[in-house]
Write a protein that binds this ligand. Structure first.
Ligand code: FAD
Length: 506
């Protein structure tokens, strides 16, 4: 298995595949890992995937759990919204985590190293071709070419993907006219406090993100008319009103960059034995901090399917479910971040009024309402992503459908229904009592059966008492059956030509 690109998408794919027992080779044309903070927001769904492979705790330790979201206008704080536990009861990670991308990537590289996988650097993939049996890639290092044969290839090579170009897959969309600046600075002032601060002015907009305890923060803002983003700019070009309004006293600038925002989704995410993931497949505005997390979701989705096919535990047709499951969300995301980006950057009178008056006035009230607070968390954290329309999804029990993410239920402090997901295997969950013949069917199929004592909050999470939930290795419900019928369980595995990976303990 060859992975092209060792950004977050390629590294997560390599980690999951390695944990699933697949031998991978991961190459990157860059001589060194990235050293800039780029994507900061790590969403709860990503942390849940991290939990499954044992890296979530290290990620939390290396990052900042954001305390609150603050809105500033006219040089004063107009609203403060506590978000440290905004997703309480919905995920073991109820907070937005800020983790700079370079720190995140280093952590993944370190974990891969512990598992015996080293990222091979200064290697560029210049050509790829395939037939029905193999993929052939041309790797170039210092002008010398190496030809590599692999069973499958994952193009995790970013927005200007060579793999996508080689496949001739279109990347339709466009580029917004405006541009952003980003700066990592040392600063002091009331907005350097472990929280996120958004300054919204008539003609200006800036956000402060905490980078780590102390005085380092990330500043993001919009380059307004009159500032040419294609000219070489420096922090002095943007040290403007918004920064003054945020009362930031900047003492050192560590990184400054400007970038244009694109919105594109590849026409296809798969061609034969070659897959596109992450920015190679979809790019959109950074509003909501979704981009990198979506790439990680692609990687997890593909990893267990590839592992099953390579391990001859599934028919190759399983791989056909990758694109429909992931492309639908990417398209929807581009449309929604598009709208949000337009509101944030629009300069018309109405948009200005929404930004400077309506948002700060409504935000605290809206987030005090539990229903709305939970809805916002579900959307932003990506726990709401579902695959109900996938060919792999079937059945319904209680409020849960095949294709839904398994809801999280805390049973006692530190004990929850996500713990068994670290096996990265198919498994059956029953909330309540399990039929005797179900136990037998699970043993025959080689499936672990996890039974959880019924508590009323399970109903609130959508579970039906005594029903059967068949869970995929990535924590999504594949099939739900209120009657917990073992014969239906067997026919699910027959229909999809699946077998289970390893031995287990009931
Ligand atoms: C300034 C900035 C700020 C951002 N802020 C956010 C944010 O706040 N939130 C968010 O979610 N996202 C943000 N993003 C986007 C985020 O960085 C990307 O979504 C993320 O890096 C995508 O990861 P990836 O692994 O898919 O691709 P990349 O990180 O682009 O990695 C691709 C890798 O492939 C390698 N490569 C490319 N071509 C080849 C080849 N032919 N052969 C071998 N190797 C190759 C590259 O060297 C690179 O290491 C930001 C991006 C930038 C630039």
């Amino acid at each position: 298995m060859l992975i092209v690109g060792a950004g977050p998408t390629g590294l997560w794919l390599a980690l999951w595949l390695t944990r699933l027992g697949v031998r991978v080779r991961i190459v990157d044309r860059a001589a060194e890992p990235g050293t800039t903070s780029r994507a900061l927001a790590v969403q709860a769904r990503t942390m849940e995937y991290g939990d499954q492979i044992g890296i979530a705790r290290a990620m939390v330790q290396a990052g900042v759990e954001v305390e609150s979201l603050n809105f500033w206008t006219g040089g004063r704080r107009a609203a403060r919204v506590p978000i440290r536990s905004i997703g309480e009861g919905l995920s073991p990670y109820p907070f937005p985590l800020v983790l700079p991308q370079d720190v995140h990537e280093r952590l993944l590289i370190e974990r891969l190293g512990q598992l015996g996988v080293k990222v091979e650097r200064s290697i560029e993939v210049t050509r790829v071709e395939q037939d029905e049996q193999r993929v052939r890639a041309v790797l170039t290092r210092d002008g010398a070419e190496e030809i590599v044969d692999a069973a499958y290839l994952a193009g995790c090579d970013g927005a200007s993907s060579t793999v996508r170009d080689q496949l001739g897959i279109g990347f339709p969309g466009g580029t917004y006219s405006g541009a952003f600046y980003v700066a990592d600075v040392d600063a002091s002032g009331p907005t350097v406090d472990g929280s996120v601060h958004v300054d919204i002015e008539d003609e200006d907009f800036a956000i402060v993100f905490p980078l780590k305890a102390g005085e380092r923060v990330r500043l993001v803002g919009i380059l307004r008319d009159g500032v040419d983003p294609d000219r070489e700019l420096s922090f002095e070009d943007v040290r403007g009103r918004a920064i003054a309004h945020l009362q930031l006293n900047v003492t050192a600038v560590h990184w400054f960059s400007t970038y244009r925002v694109h919105h594109r989704v590849a026409d296809r995410f798969r061609s034969g034995r070659i897959f596109l993931l992450g920015d190679a497949a979809h790019i959109h505005s950074p509003v909501g901090g979704q981009g990198m997390n979506t790439g990680i979701g692609d990687a997890v989705n593909l990893s267990w399917k590839l592992a099953a096919v390579l391990g001859e535990r599934a028919a190759e047709s399983l791989l056909e479910t990758y694109e429909p499951e992931r492309i639908a969300f990417a398209r929807q995301l581009v449309a929604t971040t598009d709208r949000a980006f337009s509101v944030v950057t629009a300069s018309g009178g109405f948009a200005r009024m929404v930004r400077t008056r309506v948002v700060p006035a409504l935000a605290p009230t809206v987030t005090r309402l539990t229903v709305l607070r939970r809805l916002i968390f579900r959307i932003v954290s990506q726990i709401r992503i579902e695959y109900r329309h996938s060919a792999l999804s079937a059945g319904r029990a209680g409020g849960l459908h095949g294709g839904d993410r398994l809801p999280w239920v805390e049973l006692s402090p530190g004990v929850d229904n996500f713990t068994p997901l670290s096996s990265l295997d198919w498994q059956v969950h029953v909330y309540g009592a399990a039929r005797g013949d179900l136990q037998e069917a699970c043993v025959q199929l080689g499936l672990a059966l996890h039974r959880f004592e019924w508590v009323t909050k399970m109903a609130a999470a959508g579970f039906k008492r005594d029903a059967l939930y068949l869970i995929r290795p990535d924590g999504y419900i594949a099939w739900a059956d209120a009657g917990a019928d073992p014969s239906q369980l067997r026919s699910y595995f027959d229909r999809h030509r699946l077998t289970v990976a390893r031995q287990f303990r009931v």
